[in-house]
Design a binder for this molecule. Structure first.
Ligand code: ZN
Length: 432
C-alpha cells in the first residue's frame, strides 16, 4: 500500500487560484512576487484540497521569506494544515538552498550565516567560494556551506530546532545539495567515496543529526531525506548525479541514515515517459518508508499540466512491486487545470484501499468518469490529451474536445474546454 502521498512545491510557482498574476511556470530559487495574503491564500487552497481528496502532505520550498509574511504566514498555514488533516513539510537545504529561512533578515537564513562567516563557505577545487548560479530558471545563486566545518553542522541543527519550535510544521524534507559539493581539504579527506554533483558522504554526515534535531522538538515529525537518486545499482564505476542510480558505496552511506525517516528517491529515468534504464532494485528495508518522486506533468523535464495518470499508474505499480510506500509529484498548479486535477486524484487513488493495484482502468471508471461525462469519455480524455506529441492529429483532437464540451454542462464541460485549449496551444505552435 501507498501510505504517504506528497505534493512538492516551490512557493513562487504555486498557483491554486485559477487566475493570478506574477507566478512562475516552473523553476527554483526565484523571487516571490506577491503578498503574504497571496501566499496564505494559495497554500490554504492547496492544503484544504489535499485534506478533502486524500493527499497526506505538502512540501513547501521557500516556506519562510520576509516577502510573504515570514514566520507569521507560515504559522497560519500550519493551522490550515492542522484543520485539513494534512502534513505541512518545510523544504530545507542543509548545506545549500538557503537553509531553514529561505530569504530575509533572519539569522536562520543560510545566506546570512555565510555572509557573517565567510570562512565557513564551501569552496570549489580552484579555491573560490562555491556559489552555484544555474542559468535559466533559478536566478538566485545557491550559496553552499562546507559540511566538514562543525560550526555549520551546529548551525544547521540549531536552525532546525528553531524551525520546529517556532513554526510547528509537521516535518521536513531535507536536502544536502546537488549542485556540486565542497572541495576543501577537510571535505576531500573526510569523504570515503567519490562524488558527482552530489555526495552520499555529505548526506550520511548530516541526515542523522538533522532527523534527531527535528525529532527532539517534535517526536512525531515526518522527516524525508532526499537522495537525488534511484536505488538501481550502478556497477560501471561511475557516480551518477541527479536522477541516476546508486553505486556500491551507497549501501555504506545509507546505513548511517536515521531509521525513523522516509528516504526519498528519484524515479524519472526508470519510469514512463523517459524510462531509460531497467528498475530491479527494491526499496531498502528498515526505514519509516521509501518515497518515489517523479517530475511528471511539469516543465521540469516535461510538459506542464500534462495528463499523466497512465504514467503515474505505472510508477505506482513499479513502486508497489519493489517495496516503496510513498509517492511524490509536483503540486504547484490549480486543479482548475484538468491535467493537474486528474494527476492529483490519481496520486490519491493509486495504492489505496480502493485501488490497491494502482489500476488505470479502475481509476478512470471510478474517479475520472464522473468528472468527465462517463467512462468512455474518461478514456478518450486521456487518449486525446496524449496527442500533444502527435502534431498531425492535434487539430482533430482539439475539435473532438470542443464537441464533448458542447455536449456537457458545468465542470465536466469546463474540463473538456480546458483540454481543447491545452491542445490548441500545441496546435498553434505546430502551425508556426
Ligand atoms: Zn569543505
Amino acid at each position: 500500500m501507498i501510505n504517504l502521498r506528497l505534493l512538492w512545491t516551490w512557493d513562487h510557482c504555486t498557483q491554486w487560484t485559477a487566475a493570478r498574476a506574477g507566478v512562475h511556470d516552473y523553476g527554483a530559487s526565484n523571487e516571490f512576487s506577491g503578498t503574504a495574503e497571496d501566499f496564505v491564500r494559495e497554500y490554504s487552497l492547496l492544503l484544504r484540497w489535499c485534506g478533502r481528496h486524500g493527499i497526506d502532505g505538502v512540501v513547501v520550498w521557500g516556506l519562510l521569506r520576509d516577502g510573504h509574511g515570514g514566520v507569521e504566514a507560515a504559522r497560519r498555514l500550519c493551522e490550515v494544515a492542522d484543520q485539513a488533516g494534512v502534513k505541512l513539510l518545510a523544504g530545507v537545504g542543509l548545506n545549500a538552498y538557503g537553509g531553514v529561512y529561505y530569504e530575509g533578515d533572519s539569522e536562520w537564513s543560510l545566506n546570512n550565516h555565510l555572509r557573517k562567516h565567510p570562512e565557513l563557505h564551501a569552496v570549489r577545487a580552484n579555491g573560490q567560494r562555491h556559489i552555484c548560479h544555474v542559468p535559466g530558471n533559478s536566478p538566485q545563486p545557491f550559496h553552499h556551506a562546507c559540511p566538514s566545518r562543525p560550526e555549520n553542522l551546529a548551525y544547521c541543527l540549531d536552525s532546525l530546532r528553531w524551525l520546529m519550535e517556532t513554526v510547528s510544521v509537521h516535518g521536513v524534507q531535507v536536502e544536502s545539495g546537488d549542485t556540486h559539493v565542497c572541495e576543501c581539504r577537510l571535505c576531500r579527506e573526510r569523504r570515503q567515496h567519490p562524488v558527482s554533483a552530489l555526495s552520499w558522504d555529505d548526506m550520511a554526515l548530516f541526515y542523522g543529526p538533522a532527523a534527531e534535531a527535528v525529532g527532539s522538538v517534535r517526536p512525531d515529525a515526518t522527516v524525508v531525506l532526499e537522495t537525488y537518486s534511484h536505488p538501481e545499482p550502478v556497477t560501471d564505476g561511475t557516480v551518477p548525479g541527479f536522477g541516476g542510480g546508486s553505486p556500491p558505496s551507497v549501501a555504506q552511506c545509507l546505513a548511517q541514515f536515521p531509521r525513523r525517516a522516509y528516504v526519498q528517491w528519484v524515479a524519472d529515468h526508470f519510469c514512463a515517459p523517459r524510462r531509460s534504464a531497467p528498475w530491479t532494485a527494491r526499496a531498502p528495508a528498515g526505514f519509516a518508508g521509501n518515497i518515489m518522486r517523479a517530475h511528471l506533468a511539469t516543465w521540469w523535464m516535461g510538459r506542464g499540466d500534462e495528463v499523466a495518470v497512465d504514467w503515474l499508474a505505472q510508477l505506482a505499480q513499479q513502486s508497489l512491486a519493489h517495496g516503496f510506500n510513498g509517492l511524490s509529484i509536483f503540486g504547484e498548479k490549480s486543479p482548475f487545470r484538468t491535467g493537474c486535477e486528474l494527476n492529483y486524484l490519481a496520486l490519491a487513488d493509486y495504492g489505496s484501499a480502493a485501488n490497491p493495484g494502482a489500476d488505470l482502468e479502475s481509476f478512470l471508471t471510478r474517479v475520472a468518469a464522473p468528472l468527465l461525462g462517463g467512462p468512455e469519455r474518461a478514456a478518450e480524455f486521456l487518449r486525446l490529451a496524449r496527442l500533444i506529441g502527435a502534431p498531425e492529429e492535434l487539430e482533430r483532437a482539439a475539435a473532438q474536445a470542443r464537441r464533448h464540451a458542447a455536449q456537457l454542462d458545468g465542470r465536466p464541460a469546463g474540463r473538456w474546454t480546458w483540454l481543447a485549449w491545452y491542445l490548441s496551444r500545441w496546435l498553434y505552435d505546430a502551425q508556426g
